[in-house]
Design a protein around this ligand. Structure first.
Ligand SMILES: NC(=O)c1ccc[n+]([C@@H]2O[C@H](COP(=O)([O-])OP(=O)(O)OC[C@H]3O[C@@H](n4cnc5c(N)ncnc54)[C@H](O)[C@@H]3O)[C@@H](O)[C@H]2O)c1
Length: 449
């Protein structure tokens, strides 16, 4: 089938390249000309494992094309997937201006039946707004449908998640659109991956409810981590003990410096806002946000407790991306931890295997903030190492070398990547999340007992 994908970011590129891989002919429309130029040369403008190979494969098979002209995209196929960004506005609601711009252009230029597909994450009810916009700009009485096909891929695993999904969710209003999606996804569903077909509003809710639930699990375990620190428990073992129960599951129970990324923070905000718009108070999710926001402060306080004074001290930060396996730094804890360290007068030396360029486009390098391309080089003379992303190369670091390079053997680990006992035996002062209990508190509690 011929498919048009609008937006050449994480979702659009992965969708486009994967659709081409499973046998469709795809035109990806990306408005940034430099990205289109790179893509036509077979280069991916984003880092995502396996993506560039699929782009090259699609180009050489002749089934994957790129353009910056949306009109061309409208002519190319009857099914138009919208994969543009929907960033949060100041009040937490999703900014639909990119979506509206695409829908308007599609409506102005269509001259035959189209299915306009929301793949971007959009608030509940957006399919109706899109229908209205299409009607406003449509020149003739051309039939069209708006469908919802939310995307669940995880950055770092995006290609695998697209081709071997936990589920595909599609919201449609007609039998015709249902059959179109069954055909599009047949190469995946015939391998046994589930396709849930529902109405558009339900599909929109499934996406937000899923992300809000995942964020809730993370904030829940982070509160348990706080309690562990007070009473001397180990949150990693608690999570393991909970996770054996299939009703709970062992995923997204990792205590740490909190969730980030381009999806969870904004989707939680937008879900709260949607509930509010319909007169519902989703206080549970407000608490989830509050707990998440407090993680950064907790981590910086741990560091300050050890060093006493941060002002004038060099601190090395390993990990700028919101998680490993991506170059994405959107809403990453590093964006809040580093300014907090700078505010307290520290000088920060940062290293990340993939995220430096994106981080640098937000925070410029200067006297107090320097970026390094070698993780050991970044440690020389620093008073502490702070870990914010659980990249494998950090887990496998030569810790003897780390200790020798640091001015003081201090590690504050926001991702619990080391075994506290082992690392302390190597001579480190080591603080992590929910495992290195507040001994004072613990002992006083024991005395009370
Ligand atoms: N990144 C993820 O992990 C993920 C997962 C699931 C869902 N989503 C959702 O998918 C949507 C896209 O996310 P993303 O991470 O791919 O965003 P992104 O910012 O990486 O990509 C969006 C792309 O769309 C392009 N664009 C914007 N307006 C355009 C237009 N009028 N015509 C052509 N191109 C245009 C931008 O230049 C950009 O390259 C968002 O709603 C997001 O919430 C993202």
């Amino acid at each position: 089938m011929r498919l048009t994908v609008v937006g050449g970011g994480y979702v659009g590129l992965v969708s486009g390249a994967c659709f081409s891989h499973i046998g469709h002919e795809v035109l990806v429309v990306e408005k940034v000309k430099e990205k289109v130029k790179m893509l036509r040369e077979g280069k991916s403008p984003i880092y995502e494992p396996g993506l560039e190979d699929l782009i090259k494969e699609g180009i050489s098979k002749g089934t994957l094309h790129f353009t910056d002209d949306l009109k061309e995209g409208v002519k190319f196929s009857d099914v138009i997937f919208i994969c543009v960004g929907t960033p949060p506005r100041a009040d937490g609601s999703a900014d639909l201006s990119h979506v509206e711009e695409v829908v308007r252009t599609v409506a102005r230029n269509m001259d035959s039946y189209k299915v306009i597909v929301e793949k971007s994450t959009v608030p509940v009810g957006t399919h109706r707004l899109i229908e209205r916009v299409v009607r406003l700009y449509l020149r003739d009485d051309i039939p069209f449908e708006v469908a919802s096909n939310p995307e669940f891929l995880r950055e770092g695993f995006a290609v695998k998640d697209f081709l071997e999904p936990f589920r595909i969710v599609v919201g449609v209003n007609s039998e015709k659109a249902k059959r179109i999606f069954e055909e599009i996804y047949r190469p995946i569903t015939q391998k046994g991956y589930p396709l849930l077909i529902t109405d558009p509003a339900t599909a929109e809710i499934i996406k937000y409810a899923s992300n809000a639930f995942l964020a809730t699990k993370i904030s829940f375990i982070n509160m348990v981590a706080d309690l562990c620190e007070k009473v001397g428990g180990d949150v990693e073992a608690v999570a393991k003990g909970m996770g054996y129960d299939p009703r709970i599951g062992d995923k997204f129970l990792k205590a740490g410096v909190g969730y980030g990324g381009s999806c969870l923070p904004k989707d939680v905000k937008a879900f709260i806002k949607t509930a509010k718009d319909f007169g519902l108070d989703f206080g549970l999710l407000e608490e989830v946000e509050k707990i998440n926001a407090s993680r950064v402060q907790k981590l910086v306080e741990k560091l300050e407790r050890i060093l006493l004074v941060l002002s004038g001290k060099e601190i090395t930060v390993w990990g700028l991306t919101f998680k490993p396996g991506t170059d994405d730094v959107r809403e990453a804890p590093s964006l809040r931890v580093i300014p907090e360290l700078l505010k307290r007068g520290a000088k920060v030396k940062a290293y990340d295997p993939k995220g430096i360029d994106n981080f640098r486009s937000i925070f410029k390098e200067g006297h107090d903030l320097r970026f390094f391309t070698d993780k050991y080089e970044a440690l020389k003379g620093s008073h502490a190492l702070v870990i914010l992303t659980e990249w494998d190369e950090f887990k496998e670091a030569d810790l003897e070398r780390v200790r020798e390079l640091l001015e003081a053997p201090v590690i504050v680990d926001g991702r619990n990547i080391f075994d506290p006992e082992e690392i302390r035996n190597l001579g480190f002062e080591y603080e992590c999340m929910g495992r290195c209990h507040d001994r004072e508190n613990y002992l006083s509690l024991q005395r009370k007992c």
